[in-house]
Design a binder for this molecule. Sequence first.
Ligand SMILES: Nc1nc2c(ncn2[C@@H]2O[C@H](COP(=O)(O)OP(=O)(O)O)[C@@H](O)[C@H]2O)c(=O)[nH]1
Ligand SMILES: [Mg+2]
Length: 260
Amino acid sequence: MDPRRGRGGAAVSASGIPPELSIVLPVYNEGEGVEPVLRALSAGIKTPHELVVVYDFDEDTTVPVVARLAHEIPNLRSLRNDLGRGVLNAMKAGIAGTTGPFVLISMADGSDEPHVVDPMVALARDGADIVSASRYIKGGHQVGGPRLKRLMSRAAGLSLHHLAGVPTHDPTNNFKLYQRTFLATTPIESSAGFELALELTVKATLAGSRIAEIPTTWRDRTAGQSNFKLRKWLPHYLHWYRVAFAGRIRRLAGRRPRAR
Ligand SMILES: Nc1nc2c(ncn2[C@@H]2O[C@H](COP(=O)(O)OP(=O)(O)O)[C@@H](O)[C@H]2O)c(=O)[nH]1
Ligand SMILES: [Mg+2]
């Protein structure tokens, strides 16, 4: 057995303690472009971490690339998602299959910036339950991707922030860091695609948990193909959008002084 692996495949350091940060990377046939992404993450993050690439089926083109790179990148491993195909189940399997006190979800197609990860960890060490890498604040950007998806994501994020009291301007970006304790006490109800980040951010808002944010630039992929299903997943996003506004209305109603 690889001495770096604990029971169940979790990475452990020489001291037997799991790395502070578990980075979960869902993949769907990213063999073409994943190598520079993994190298950039490994080289660009100082926080002790593990890189866990979560795939849905053994024939996925990412698997052999990760197996090759694991010989030279410490704490890189792949994990098979056995919860059922799809990015949501892959993220859930990655959360369940890791043990670091901080969990970062990041994409494997180069859309997310490695250099913001250490500052995200610093905010989590300061007590944030969720650290949101935000495209829609000063210093943040979004480069490429379908125009409609960009517009809807920005409109959702800014309206949730300004009108529904969500502390981050970018609740739909899945590039987020979570405290393990927050994940362990927050049941996941999402059933489709990338709605997970929005669900967890809305739930954290309603629970009064601490949400911090940091600017980031999101870049559309230059290799492979997007698997984002806007029409199919939109109703799921709208559900959490409504939950956030309903919670806001309840809070405002609760605060209103009683009529005499
Ligand atoms: N395990 C798994 N990962 C997926 C699936 N679909 C997308 N991903 C991964 O999720 C990340 C972002 O996906 P992408 O299709 O680029 O979405 P977009 O960036 O919103 O266009 C990439 O790392 C993909 O490989 C899936 O069905 N299963
Ligand atoms: Mg992408």
